[in-house]
Design a protein around this ligand. Structure first.
Ligand SMILES: NC(=O)c1ccc[n+]([C@@H]2O[C@H](COP(=O)([O-])OP(=O)(O)OC[C@H]3O[C@@H](n4cnc5c(N)ncnc54)[C@H](O)[C@@H]3O)[C@@H](O)[C@H]2O)c1
Ligand SMILES: O=C(O)[C@H](O)COP(=O)(O)O
Length: 526
């Protein structure tokens, strides 16, 4: 039975799902060295933001197949190392969207009306109605930085509360922004005009310290900033300084450069600042959502099925997986076959997506073809996660082309591999919903289903060849299950595809190549 380690507090709903297929150990609060010491026993690791999954931990996780982040941000996971090791990294992109958006709105209103400090004052026995005079958000301008899932929901609710909306997101179209009721502007204008600025972007090299002394200097003295996205997007010392010196009116922060927040000048500011300990996703509903979402994906991967939200398998969403599943198998089989026909070191793989497959949605088939191509070299170590990187590291150039006009089959796939020993090509299609058929080998038309053990010959199409080959195989007790010849012209060159019941015994391939009229022969195990 597989073993799953849960190293952060996760809702029981997900643990129940995992327990159906695996032994689940919940061990929270482990020190990095303790995690390194035990991770080698586990097939899957389930985390929230509390566990930093470093290169050292991933290297020690020799059995790891999947890291599941019960939440959105995977910045606490060394995704490049996981990808290199073929470990799927999944998250829950939508499970806590509403929770984080509502926390943002709660922060904005609390900050405007000084609710946390008024509450503390009253609980201390005071009745102070002067200190806590606030500001309205109605008709004020909200600047949304990052108009993705959370930013859009915040904008939607803020609009209903009568706010004017500006947004900055270089990856969102003007039409999309306008649909949400936002006017897309550049960042400088947003900084200059917004009364409230809310951040909903990932932490990347471009967004690190986006709010700094210089950008704070562009804002109005009445501006308030809310950050429920990621620590490190704001330079905390510059922010504390700007608030202390009245350059801006205040801030509400849920996330920090270093968590838990240690000694910080932010702690000593008054009612102008609200701090919460990374509570954006901490609602009962969100924790159930993310726990179930990620546990289901871990379960599926442990059962050999694809994950619906893998961050390191681009383009393989749930709808795509369903549609492409039989074609993924076709691509993998063809990749494996053409790799064995070409032999030696492969330098180039041409992948031609034909007919109905000639769309952008078919890109995962290229990854599947590479996985098949690399199978002989890497066996189970190659998967959809690392196939592209492994190919790149081996210097394999991948050329992808599309031909929607190729209509022999609804959709077909043509692979051509060039290596140190020459060039070979195969084409395949599906018959019915999922029966794989080879329809062409090295330019010769055939129509055979692939089988585990196959023999291909390139020979002259002349009487007697098939008989000679049959006798030779018979003398070695090799049983032929099926045989087909593909030729372009009568008595020209031809290809023979044989399915055989057992692997060819050693040495027989060389004897086959000596048969008069046979120019070359290849044995393949699929
Ligand atoms: N506080 C919490 O507990 C909590 C909970 C959930 C998510 N988050 C964080 O909130 C953030 C947003 O999450 P989401 O689910 O909305 O993500 P999302 O991917 O749906 O949206 C992010 C948006 O940021 C935009 N973006 C990327 N780089 C940008 C840049 N340089 N400038 C402007 N826009 C840029 C993208 O185009 C995208 O539209 C993430 O950082 C996530 O980790 C925090
Ligand atoms: O990226 C996220 O999903 C949030 O930061 C939530 O983090 P958490 O799971 O540690 O609450």
């Amino acid at each position: 039975m597989s073993k799953v380690l849960v190293s952060d507090p996760i809702d029981q709903a997900g643990i129940d799902i995992l327990s159906q297929v695996a032994t689940v150990d919940v061990k929270t609060g482990l020190k990095p060295a303790e995690l390194v010491a035990i991770i080698g026993e586990y097939d899957a690791l389930m985390i929230r933001s509390g566990t930093r999954v470093t290169e050292e931990i991933i290297e020690a996780g020799t059995q790891l197949k999947i890291i599941g982040r019960a939440g959105v941000g995977v910045d606490n996971v060394d995704v490049p190392t996981a990808t290199r090791k073929g470990i799927v990294v999944v998250n829950s992109p939508e499970g806590n969207t509403i929770a984080a958006a509502e926390h943002t709105l709660a922060m904005m209103l609390s900050l405007s009306r000084h609710i946390p400090d008024a509450n503390t004052s009253l609980k201390k026995g005071e009745w102070d109605r002067k200190t806590f005079v606030g500001a309205e958000i109605y008709k004020k301008t909200l600047g949304v930085v990052g108009l993705g899932k959370i930013g859009s929901h915040v904008a939607h609710v803020a609009k209903a509360m009568g706010m004017k909306l500006l947004a900055y997101d270089p990856f969102i179209s003007t039409e999309r922004a306008e649909q949400i009721g936002c006017h897309l502007v550049d960042l400088d204008l947003l900084f200059q005009q917004a009364d409230y600025i809310t951040l909903h972007i990932p932490k990347t090299p471009e967004t690190t310290n986006l709010i700094n002394a210089k950008t704070l200097g562009k804002m109005k003295p009445t501006t308030r900033i809310i950050n429920c996205a990621r620590g490190g997007i704001i330079d905390e010392l510059a922010l504390a300084d700007a608030i202390k010196n009245g350059k801006i009116a205040g801030a509400a922060l849920d996330v920090f450069q270093s968590e838990p927040l240690g000694d910080s000048p932010l702690r000593s500011l008054g009612k102008e600042i609200i701090l919460t300990p990374h509570l954006g996703a901490s609602t009962t509903e969100a924790q159930v959502n993310v726990s179930i979402d990620v546990a289901e994906q871990i379960r599926d991967v442990l059962l050999g099925l694809p994950a619906r939200s893998a961050v390191n398998i681009p383009g393989l969403g749930p709808d795509i997986i369903e549609e492409l599943k039989p074609y993924m198998q076709l691509a993998e089989t063809l990749g494996n076959l053409v790799g064995q026909l070409a032999g030696g070191r492969i330098e180039t793989l041409n992948v031609k997506l034909q007919g109905d497959l000639a769309t952008n949605k078919s890109q995962p088939l290229v990854v599947a073809a590479l996985k098949g191509l690399l199978y002989q070299a890497l066996r189970e170590r190659v998967n959809y996660v690392n196939a592209t990187i492994e190919a790149k590291e081996r210097g394999i150039r991948v050329i992808e082309t599309r031909d929607a006009s190729a209509r022999d089959y609804a959709g077909s796939l043509h692979l051509e591999a060039t290596g140190t020993l020459g060039t070979h090509s195969v084409t395949g299609a599906l018959l019915g919903e999922k029966e794989i058929h080879l329809t062409d080998v090295d330019g010769f038309p055939i129509n055979v289903p692939p089988s585990k053990y196959m023999l291909f010959t390139l020979h002259r199409d002349m009487p007697g060849i098939i008989g000679k080959l049959g006798s030779l195989l018979g003398s070695f007790n090799v049983n032929i299950a099926s045989m087909q010849v593909g030729r372009k012209i009568v008595r020209g060159d031809a290809v023979m595809a044989l399915s055989i019941d057992d692997p060819l015994p050693d040495g027989i391939l060389e004897e086959i190549k000596q048969v008069s009229g046979i120019r070359d022969a290849y044995t393949v195990t699929l």
